[in-house]
Write a protein that binds this ligand. Sequence first.
Ligand SMILES: [Ca+2]
Length: 118
Amino acid sequence: MYRANRNAFLLFMFLSACSSPAERIVSVRLNPVMEDGSRWDLLGGVPDPYIVVDGKSYRDHACDDSYKCSFRVRGSWWYRIEVFDRDEALDGKAGSAWCLASGTCHAGTAEIRFEEGP
Ligand SMILES: [Ca+2]
């Protein structure tokens, strides 16, 4: 177990050291309901998704009344992504995950996809 963790850590360090920050498109898609089965907004409305990537908030770029939203982010290979629904009073959290910058990962009820930037 220790050896597997150490090898994963070394691979992470190698990939981090070899890569320069690149611009990527992060697309999120939310389920129609939250994990507990309730609707996103108090009045049963559609969510306003945004993400926080490695501590940087994209709340100002939230998509109003949509289950999907895309963001331009900069980073290397691994991203800590949190997905939220922006609200007036208290934002709702869809989930969080460590995501490798290729393909798809899941953060709670949110699906996260990476695409290379322009
Ligand atoms: Ca909302």
